[in-house]
Design a protein around this ligand. Sequence first.
Ligand code: NAP
Length: 323
Amino acid sequence: MPKVIVTRKTPGEYDIPGAEVVIGREGPYETQEELLEWIASQAPIDVIVSMYNDRVDDAYLDAAGPTIKGVVNFAVGHENIDVAACARRGVKVGNTPKAVTEGTADMAILLILAAARRMTEAGRYARSPEYAEKGQLSMSDLVGLDIAGRTLLIVGAGRIGYATAMRSIGWGMNVLYVARSRHYAFEFAPLNARKVELDEGLAEADYISIHVPYSEATHHMIDARRIGLMKKRAVIVNTARGAVIDEQALVDALREKRIFGAGLDVYEHEPILTPGLAELDNAVLMPHIGSGAGRYREMMADIACQNVRAILAGEDLPFEVKP
Ligand code: NAP
């Protein structure tokens, strides 16, 4: 009977008829070595459902044994997988797009709103004894930024970028987008968005939302120079991958109030934050839970199973990551 392992416990069902399914632990592995030991203890394995923080390389594939046919990432991002190493061994790679789109777009909007309305600072104040002692705030305390009619720049015009842009319609925002190719869905109604170069968009936008995948090309795409192009009232949010932004440069800009605020769900050295970031009032921070709402994680398990079943049947994967 083929064997499928899921390296961490996730919500959802793993319905894979005719296969033995072993689910790993709930919490994280202390080290990659510990993860590889657990994988090796389960070998021989046919398919692994990996997590976005598993490093899938030759050692990982060796641990699974020579029967390994596929790796399915429980995520849409797949920069943790050495896809070329998988291809060399004829190991198929899949991911779980679509299920994560709505939840992550919600997170981008949450971060925009929270940063614009100074939620870190205001939330702390509301819980502090000072609030009760001092009484009502004056009308000029904790005033944030307005959103309606402002300009939103979407960097990375894919599924999540589009879903985020669509959510901005209620605010009547002027939408700009950055991508390598034209995305007509952005340019048609109701978005009527304009494709711009990144530098131009950063200088024009009031709100910037990052949705590009992490790659060599997007590493530090938002660096100190580009942060310097942003307006003083700009808010940048990142729900994609931390290292798309030079986090030290962002911390410096936020500390010196060269931009208004930032909202981050992802970090350059996750789960370690750049020193000083956690203390900043103008940063709204979430612990990489973009897809973590309602049914989305169950849907991810369902999509992972579609890929696993296809791998076991020797069929094309419905959601394949090509080398
Ligand atoms: P997607 O549909 O593949 O969209 C990514 C878009 O980025 C593509 O349309 C692509 O358009 C554009 N792009 C790629 N490289 C680029 C570059 N160098 N410069 C400019 N644009 C570039 O992916 P998605 O489903 O929207 O997901 C986006 C990312 O969100 C994932 O890769 C993942 O890292 C992250 N994510 C995070 C969470 C979370 O929990 N925070 C959850 C899900 C996903 P062109 O090819 O036209 O350039």
